[in-house]
Design a binder for this molecule. Structure first.
Ligand SMILES: [Zn+2]
Ligand SMILES: [Zn+2]
Ligand SMILES: [Zn+2]
Length: 233
């Protein structure tokens, strides 16, 4: 997984590392030289546009008229501080929610406790309202029953589509119509075939990848069983 570069800070729209970094750069310049306009030619224009729209920076045309110079606003100072505090908070591994630091974290809710997860989800949804309502009221184009989850299909139909594609690919490879694609993990061996379905990796990498996951799944299932037997839930 890559380094995390965007966050859903409560009370804000989504903030990126570029946004916070630019604000911090402007703050440091402002503190050092006291209210001078800064050259931000090295920052991407989308980042600048986003910052201007939020009223976190202000703009002034350069005397020679080529581009603009920028300065931090009071609102930008506050935002930088709050967002940075959010991105650098400690992640903990002691089973307590990393957001509130009080309630135990829940297995299902992305590492947060239930109330915190609800707040984060709400912030995420209000940051991208269109994205989260794009499938509302639409049914799967294939089965015409279940709601859309992936592009135009429901979960079940999407799974079937992927499976059918991998079976077709495996059949073609076994018939010698085309060579097996190279494993993306080791970049050496060809991707394997199991039960007539093309695997995502070669046999060796596939085993490596799923060894840990299967172990976790097994442990979780056994724990659930024990809890049920002894009436913990
Ligand atoms: Zn919490
Ligand atoms: Zn469907
Ligand atoms: Zn491999």
């Amino acid at each position: 997984m890559g380094k995390r570069d965007h966050w859903y800070v409560p009370g804000y729209k989504v903030v990126t590392e570029q946004i916070i970094g630019t604000l911090e750069y402007l703050i440091s310049q402002d503190d050092e030289y006291g209210g001078t306009w800064c050259n931000l030619d090295h920052i991407h224009h989308n980042t600048l546009k986003s910052l201007l729209r939020r009223d976190w920076i202000q703009r002034s045309p350069r005397p020679d008229g080529t581009r603009d110079d920028y300065k931090i606003t009071t609102r930008g100072r506050k935002a930088a501080k709050e967002c940075r505090a959010h991105t650098t908070r400690d992640y903990r591994r002691d089973g307590i929610c990393s957001r509130c630091g009080e309630r135990p974290r829940s297995r299902k809710n992305g590492g947060y406790c239930k109330p915190c997860n609800q707040e984060v989800t709400q912030a995420r949804r209000s940051a991208h309202p269109k994205y989260h309502t794009r499938h509302e009221g639409k049914t799967c184009t294939k089965c015409k029953k279940r709601p859309i989850r992936h592009h135009k299909l429901c979960n079940a139909c999407n799974y079937q589509r992927g499976k059918a594609q991998k079976m077709r690919q495996a059949a073609e490879i076994e018939a010698g119509i085309r060579p097996a694609p190279i494993c993306p993990m080791c970049n050496e061996r060809p991707r394997g075939i199991s039960n007539g379905i093309l695997l995502g990796y070669c046999y060796e990498c596939n085993r490596q990848k799923y060894k840990g996951i299967n172990k976790q799944k097994y442990a979780r299932r056994m724990q659930d069983k024990i809890d049920r037997l002894f009436g913990k839930r």
